[in-house]
Ligand binder design. Sequence first.
Ligand code: ADP
Length: 458
Amino acid sequence: MNRIVLKLGGIMMSLILAVLLPLGFVADKIFTNFYYNQIQEEIRELSKKYANTITSLNDETMINMFKNLAYFTNKEIYITDASGKIIADTGIQVNRLSNNELKQLSEGESIQKNVEDRKTNDHYMGYGHPIMLSNTFQGSFFVLAPVDDAHKPVHKIRDLLILSAVGAFFLGLGFTFFLARKMSNPLLEMERATREIAKGNLDIRVNTLPNDELGSLGAAINDLAVETNQYRSNRSELFANISHELRTPISYLKGYANVLKNNLYETEEERQQYLTIIEDETERILRLINDLFDLSKMEEGQIELQMESVDLVEIMENAVLKVGLELENKGLKLVTEIDRDIPFIKADGNRLEQIIINLLVNAIRYTEKGSIHLKVWSKKHNVYVIIEDTGIGIPEEELPLIFERFHRVEKSRSRDFGGTGLGLAIVKNLVEIQHGTISVSSEMNKGTKFKLSFPKVE
Ligand code: ADP
């Protein structure tokens, strides 16, 4: 038996007992009082009736008839005269009427008396009523009845009460433990499942999902298993991607270092070429590591932003200056369309510049001829930026995926341009932690358009 069943069962049983015991006690009291009152009433009525029926205290036959009547109905009687003297009785020995009581009777009062026979432990209840003949007080009629017979039905009822209380107790006990078991089983299953999940067995699921809070808890555990599983496969995918990304440049480094070490080149020009490759690949590894570091900090929410009111236009101008050389090298034109009086936005200036530069570098990287368009305007509560190129474009089905880390449209095309596949993932993260939005639209061989929005400083 598990502890939760015992605890729940214990609580429920205590509650049942807390209700049953006082209820039984009160019921017993009610029944007992009811019976005693009834007997009392009966005796009072009987004594009144006898007192009213008797027509003469001197009529021996009549008195004998009352004695017989008492005998057959298992009662005792006393008849007193007007002075309180007992003139007839059925010979009862116990606890005769006291002088005081006899005096009360002689004064025409009714009396009530409960008697106990100490020897036999029998109980009696009595009632005396004045006898009035032609409106004059003649004496009293006192009837005494044993109440032990009357105890019998009370005892019977008490036995029945106890029996039904015991029955209710055991019924409650059975039901409680059945219920407690039913409640604790899903909990135990959840405990087993979470322990398995903790051990790394992420395919386990909680199967008993009742339609209540326990069910929601079970569903939450299942969600946790699914999430953790996803996290685990994401992580292994990430490690596989990182190893893959590192393997290529490192094998280049190894290969060309080997060529140089063994003097396997013919001209000085060739040697310079190999050294350039080594330099480029080292730079790529460095970039990859920096990007990964940035991204992991962002994903764990550990990046610190210096949010302040910044001039987006000024930041864009700076970014354009920084990519100017690359623009020129490719012979691309830059067309800007920046509205006047663009309001400041709340952002981290350096991170904002990183976003713009990233998007600009991509635009230049994937555009062979034509121009890069920059557009900035403000509307309502936001400032909007568009960075558009006339490059190779992105196929429609790839658009939802390009913000995922290491996602490349064609594996070869980005690498040729020196990309790490992390740029857009970083951009999206940076935009979102600065409360902005980013969206993309593109047409193959026509160009790609990235649209950003940031809330302006109100
Ligand atoms: P990468 O470092 O490989 O450029 P990104 O995350 O910056 O990685 O971009 C993901 C992919 O999206 C790129 O590999 C490229 O295929 C595509 N892409 C990004 N920007 C553009 C663009 N302006 N034009 C065409 N394709 C783009």
